[in-house]
Design a protein around this ligand. Structure first.
Ligand code: DP6
Length: 361
């Protein structure tokens, strides 16, 4: 390795947004490789709002791999981090920085250690898919620093081993995670269905009902559903394949009514499976249910599907409107039913565990 005599540091930084599934991933057929039991489809959010930013540094003076998440050091000993680091190192290429006089050969990466610092600009583990942005960003930044070529969706397959939904954050716009068939997971990759410019008048509103850490992680929840829910297999085998095709068609033709119908139905079925799990898992709360009723009422009063809702493993609502006009109407209704708290109420929300959205009257 040239430049070894003097100490040097080489760094790369990248940002990756989170994604929201409109057809959900729920259930693994292989826990270690993170292979899903069904295809899923998501929309990647604008990185200005919900994203992770990661810097990876490499230096011969580093004694071990270390990582800081939101300023706090975390352990890298978990299998998911180790799998991502191992797979990236395997594919690392030669790297040269002429200005700094640094030359790293691909075999050197096995001996060099990394320091990683990552920040989320939104609450971690509150059902806002922070692990998706986090692992996508980690793997993308490592690949950038280590000159890993993205052949056949390889990088998304590595991010998948950090957190399943992370593979979908490798691309913008609408993305499909194909479950694949191979036992080694090499064909369980993400592909872009349409870029963010294809349907750029869609507006996504996230109503943060609670930013508390969720009680049952997605990983544990889906494991319990696989073990105990009789509905899960029916969903994966009988419902999702057709729904994925219809969703692809809706995206292709920018058919909002179909996108909304499928998104709401899939979210509701996912939460039905959570209820069908033993013991049942309650990710949504009363406020989430009230938001669903509000959207259903709005759609009824307007005579067609104006807004879609979807909920992941937490109570926060993700609402999709076809354009800014409908988004404005929706915000008006939301603010009417959940008026912003007064300053003194806000203090008790921050100190206590009350829902951030509270109901009028
Ligand atoms: C409800 O990707 O967080 O958000 O693969 O175990 O890390 P692991 O799970 P994760 O699960 C996401 C579940 C979901 C639906 C989805 O994003 O498709």
């Amino acid at each position: 390795m040239a430049g070894e005599a003097q100490s040097w540091v080489l760094m790369a930084t990248a940002r990756a947004p989170t994604n929201i599934a409109v057809i959900k991933y729920w259930g693994k057929r292989d826990e270690a490789l993170i292979l899903p039991i069904n295809d899923s489809i998501s929309v990647t959010l604008d990185p200005d709002h919900l994203s992770a930013t990661t810097t990876v540094a490499v230096s011969p003076s580093f004694k071990q791999d270390r990582m800081w998440l939101n300023g706090k050091e975390i352990s890298l000993s978990g299998g998911r981090y180790q799998n991502c680091l191992r797979e990236i190192r395997k594919r690392a290429g030669d790297v040269e920085d002429e200005k700094k006089g640094i030359r790293i050969k691909k075999e050197d990466w096995e001996k060099l250690h990394l320091h990683i610092a990552s920040y989320n600009n939104f609450p971690t583990a509150a059902g806002l898919a922070s692990s998706a942005a986090g692992f996508a960003c980690l793997v993308f930044t490592l690949a950038k620093l280590m000159n890993v070529k993205d052949e056949h969706g390889d990088i998304s397959a590595i991010a998948r081993q950090g957190s399943g939904s992370a593979c979908r954050s490798m691309y913008g716009g609408f993305v499909k995670w194909m479950m694949g068939n191979d036992a080694d997971g090499s064909d369980s990759i993400a592909v872009q269905l349409a870029s963010h410019t294809h349907w750029d008048d869609l507006v996504i509103i996230i109503a943060v009902v609670s930013s508390k850490q969720k009680e049952t992680s997605s990983t544990t929840g889906m494991r319990e559903s696989v073990e105990t829910s009789p509905l899960l297999e029916y969903r994966a085998k009988t419902v999702v394949p057709g729904r994925v095709l219809q969703m692809e068609e809706a995206i292709n033709s920018r058919d909002f009514a179909s996108l909304a119908r499928l998104t709401c139905a899939d979210s509701n079925q996912f939460h039905a499976i959570c209820l069908d799990t033993s013991p049942p898992i309650f990710y949504m709360n009363d406020t989430s249910h009230r938001i669903i009723s509000l959207v259903e009422r709005l759609n009824l009063s307007e005579g067609s599907l104006q807004v879609a809702y979807t909920f992941d493993a937490g109570p926060n609502a993700v609402l999709i409107a076809p354009n800014r006009k409908v988004a404005g109407l929706l915000l008006q209704r939301l603010l009417f039913q959940f008026p912003p708290p007064t300053d003194s109420e806000l203090a008790s929300y921050i100190l206590g565990d009350k829902s951030i959205l509270h109901e009028a009257g």
